[in-house]
Write a protein that binds this ligand. Structure first.
Ligand SMILES: [Zn+2]
Length: 353
């Protein structure tokens, strides 16, 4: 039930009917205005200023204080000032332990149902469709040159050589769309539309999208710390148009993001696309990342912390593994167990024989 108020409360005269909450709101605003005026008059008296000058300078001083506070807060929180800077690596593929358990049960059943021997070593050449999204035609606006994409493909092929998977670049598409460029984060309508519009090929064709992950009002939104995300092979049948890898445009070789500009973000995300979890998945508990020869790791490693050892199980944390969160220059390997898992996942879910 709504109660309407009208009449006098002290010096506050109400001429129209309003709700009680609205009445209280107006009363508090008027009280604040009076106190502000009194403060300004005191201030003007002591400095012999007119009330108007005092009132204006008080507002300017408050604004100055507010801006200073925001700047200090942003410094303390470590918010990058450059949109392409990243404070720490983050990736969008973070399934819960329950989701991993359900996916692994399904994987065991799906693998068993395959007529092919999924355990045989894999040797395959897969096709790559590279989609460059930008806000304008400049490299700084996301329109990365062909040369950088070729360098990225070289890094990817070098990193996957131990897995005997070769990646063949078929074509590069270029789309100017500032909405997709800024907002194509995991599970957003922007990423869904972007992929539905541009994706090419079937279950074993890799589609890569480069964007900025810069949500918010243009120029004012804090950049996301996310470097990329990918769909897993088992996701394909649910929504084929969503399949693919999305990465930060400045993470390519020679890109503008310090520590994460040697192309290892794409290697990491393609690892997910081939069925790998993070090395720190499930922490020190249970079967971790469901790969036997990656040492257990309580949490993601940042930078390149040599000798880090966060679990009681034997062995140091796998900080040099492509599926951890360390600097690009710190990463250099997949384990034989991860290569085996990729082979099984690609054969089970991406139609490879
Ligand atoms: Zn990841």
């Amino acid at each position: 039930m709504t109660t309407y108020y009208s009449g006098d409360r002290g010096s506050h005269s109400m001429t129209t009917s309003v709700t009680y909450s609205e009445f209280r709101r107006r009363w508090h605003i008027n009280k604040f205005k009076k106190q502000l005026k009194q403060l300004c008059f005191l201030y003007s008296d002591s400095l012999r200023l007119t009330p108007f000058t005092a009132y204006s300078s008080f507002i300017i001083a408050m604004l100055g204080f507010f801006v200073t506070f925001l700047t200090a807060a942003s410094f303390v929180l470590g918010t990058p000032t450059n949109p392409t800077d990243i404070v720490a690596r983050a990736c969008g593929n973070t399934p819960t332990p329950e989701e991993v358990l359900a996916a692994e049960r399904q994987f065991a059943a799906d693998r068993a149902a395959k007529s092919t021997d999924t355990y045989r070593p894999l040797s395959a050449t897969l096709q790559v469709y590279f989609h460059v999204i930008s806000e304008d035609s400049t490299p700084g606006g996301g329109n990365i040159p062909d040369d950088q994409i070729r360098k990225q493909m070289n890094v990817l092929n070098s990193d996957f050589s131990s897995a005997t998977v070769t990646w063949n670049l078929v074509n590069i598409t270029r789309t100017v769309n500032s909405d997709w460029f800024s907002n194509a984060l995991p599970n957003t309508p922007e990423q869904t539309l972007m992929k539905a519009t541009l994706r090419q090929g079937g279950p074993n064709d890799l589609n890569v999208y480069t964007v900025a992950f810069r949500p918010g009002v243009a120029g004012l939104g804090a950049p996301s710390s996310i470097l990329g995300y990918a769909t897993f092979p088992s996701d394909y049948h649910k929504k084929p148009s969503d399949d693919g890898v999305v990465i930060l445009f400045s993470s390519l070789p020679d890109g503008a993001t310090p520590h994460y500009n040697h192309g290892r973000t794409m290697t990491h995300e393609v690892g997910h696309w081939c069925g790998l979890y993070h090395t720190f998945q499930n922490g020190c508990e249970g079967e971790g990342d469901h790969v036997a020869d990656t040492n257990a790791e309580a949490s993601s490693a940042q930078g390149c912390p040599a000798g880090r050892d966060t679990c009681k199980q034997p062995g140091e944390d796998p900080i040099h593994n492509y599926m951890d969160y360390t600097y690009d220059t710190c990463m250099n390997s997949f384990t034989p167990g991860q290569i085996q898992r990729m082979s099984e996942q690609l054969r089970t879910y991406r139609g490879l024989s």
